[in-house]
Design a protein around this ligand. Structure first.
Ligand SMILES: [Zn+2]
Ligand SMILES: [Zn+2]
Length: 588
């Protein structure tokens, strides 16, 4: 939270432009202490008057000193210093600017030194160009960091002592549902909501194991239910067996400390209340929770829900992976190109690849492994034919710019660098590192231009035998988990285009050597689903009666002919009539 104040009009625009920095941490915020905002403003005003400065802007931070440097407002100020728009900052004390708890916290001083900017505080100002100024500011910063760790230790020590006495050092909102704590008398109490928790334990003991169902009954989320059922405080015992560990950054960018287990001698146990559930019953609940979780995981592990195509299938039109649509009980599952998936279509712009039925695609995959790779001779034939073809054709996914033109461009860039060095724009070190980067890039391109040696027939046959062995295992085992594992062992990618498997890539480990990573084109693609029916011009194919009829027999783009549609409508009408007349009224 930061507020940028407009520049006061009474302030003269002469003098050295500086930024005023006010900072309070969340703890200091409420208290009227030395660090109070009004006091900081007063000190800064005096500094500005005495030193003849000009306040260009004011920022107000409400964060801890360890993270103040990373605050967006603070970064803006540092950027202004780098640009030269302002020539220093004013703060009441150096600890308002930073309290480094790590050595890299001092890096902020570098910006000031580079730009010859000064730090003005109430009692002294620091010119970082001079060695004494640098030393002073570093020492002052280190002391500020040390003070912080002292404050922290004192605070944590007091909290820990309270915990050991069975008191609660934290705010009421850290307590679980139905439990309250009076800080003036240091007593634990139950709040009226404890009735909900009692009901929850009762329901669970009566056999309701579904967390969502339990949550609906008492008005909580399913995760909330789980945590309540596991909280030992409801037996009356307050057990603290965890503490905050190392710092971590969450996915949303927030800094937090993970919870880690305490050492056995540090675990705190206190009887603070008469429990609402006996300890034996609580242990029974814990056993049931563990069993439910175990059963759930086991059930998932043995379920036949294995999708052979995911992870290995890729689109032959655009190169994106193929995704699965969500499973539904009534409709078939489809495999779609990522570029057509509803989450990515907007970004990737869609693809011409039609959606494929999962069952048909899996049948085609099994056919590919079971028939096409069935004999070593057949596989070698495919590999050699593919190698001939790739030499003649450009591979489907080669980069848009030919490597030779990119090498030319790199040569030109190299020449420009040397020119820049000759004119004194670049230093020797910069020139060396930049030329090194260009040289590496050029090597990589030249590698792709070199013709690859084609492996001889005998070694291909040897490797093919290994692949065929694995493929044979694939068609004999019935376990889909193992089938998927074999598929993943053999292939890194299998490409589909429209309704055909057109090519694949073996995993580098499968065929040995580097050329195994090449794409293998299938001379005869493996079809997915039924081959498309060829119908004469002006005719269409009805998916119900399977007849080829003229287009006038179809209503717009519907895929059933008019007579099939009418028959279905009649049937539906009859069924509705019989069911509604047979149905009993809902309420009597
Ligand atoms: Zn695609
Ligand atoms: Zn029909």
């Amino acid at each position: 939270m930061a507020l940028a104040f407009p520049v006061p009009s009474d302030c003269s625009s002469t003098g050295i432009p500086v930024a005023e920095i006010l900072r309070v941490s969340t703890e200091e915020q409420a208290a009227d202490t030395r660090a109070g905002l009004d006091r900081q403003r007063a000190v800064n005003q005096r500094t500005i008057e005495v030193k003849g400065l000009y306040r260009a802007l004011t920022i107000e931070l409400r964060v801890s000193g360890t993270v103040a440097v990373h605050h967006p407002e603070m970064r803006r100020v540092l950027a202004m210093i780098s640009e030269g728009t302002i020539r220093g900052i004013v703060c009441s004390d150096l600890d308002r600017l930073f309290r480094p708890d790590q050595p890299q916290g001092f890096a902020i001083l570098q910006v000031f030194q580079d730009m010859d900017a000064k730090i003005y505080t109430g009692d002294s100002d620091y010119d970082l160009r001079t060695s004494s100024g640098l030393l002073q500011s570093s020492i002052r910063g280190a002391i500020a960091g040390f003070e912080l760790s002292l404050i922290r230790e004192r605070l944590q020590g007091a909290k820990e002592a309270k915990r050991r006495q069975g008191k609660c050092p934290t705010n009421a909102y850290t307590l679980p549902l139905g439990i309250g704590y009076d800080r003036s008398t240091d007593t634990w109490t139950y709040t009226p909501e404890i009735a909900k928790v009692k009901l929850l334990f009762d329901l669970f003991q009566q056999g309701t194991r579904n967390y969502s169902e339990l949550g609906r009954r008492i008005g909580l989320s399913n995760a909330g239910v789980k945590f309540l059922l596991k909280n030992r405080l409801y037996t009356g015992w307050r057990v603290i067996d965890q503490k905050r560990g190392p710092k971590r950054t969450s996915v949303t960018g927030k800094l937090y400390r993970v919870k880690v287990a305490r050492a056995p001698e540090d675990v705190i146990r206190n009887k603070v209340l008469d429990g609402i559930i006996s300890e034996e019953a609580f242990e029974e609940v814990q056993r049931e929770i563990a069993l439910t979780k175990f059963n759930f995981i086991e059930a998932n592990r043995s379920s036949p829900m294995v999708h052979l195509a995911t992870g290995v299938l890729a689109c032959g039109c655009c190169g994106q992976p193929m995704f699965l649509t969500s499973r539904s009980r009534t409709r078939a599952t489809y495999i779609v190109c990522k570029a057509n998936h509803y989450l990515h279509k907007k970004d990737l712009g869609g693809c011409r690849q039609p959606n494929l039925r999962e069952d048909e695609t899996e049948a085609a995959l099994i056919k590919l492994v079971g028939e096409v790779l069935a004999t070593p001779e057949r596989l070698v034939q495919i590999l050699e034919a593919s190698a001939r073809k790739t030499r003649e054709l450009i591979t489907p996914f080669s980069s848009a710019v030919a490597p030779s033109t990119q090498i030319e461009e790199l040569k030109r860039r190299d020449a420009r660098l040397v020119d820049a060095f000759a004119q004194g724009v670049l230093s020797v070190d910069e020139l060396r590192s930049k030329r090194e980067a260009i040289r590496r890039e050029r090597d990589a391109f030249e590698q792709t231009l070199k013709p690859k040696p084609s492996p001889d027939h005998a070694s291909l046959l040897l490797q093919a035998r290994l692949v065929v062995k694995a493929a044979l295992r694939f068609s004999t085992i019935g376990n889909r988990y193992q089938q998927k594992a074999i598929l993943n062992e053999l292939f890194s990618e299998i490409h589909v285009r429209h309704h055909e498997i057109i090519s694949f890539k073996f995993r580098p480990s499968v065929m040995g050597g580097s050329d195994s990573a090449d794409q293998v084109l299938l001379a005869q693609p493996v079809g997915i689903g039924k081959p498309p029916m060829i119908v004469p011009e002006g005719h269409r194919h009805c998916i119900k009666c399977l007849q080829v009829k003229s287009k006038s027999q179809f209503y717009r783009k519907l895929n059933r002919c008019n007579s099939c549609r009418k028959a279905a409508d009649r049937e539906n009408y009859q069924r509705r009539r019989t069911t509604t007349s047979a149905q009993k009224p809902l309420y009597e």
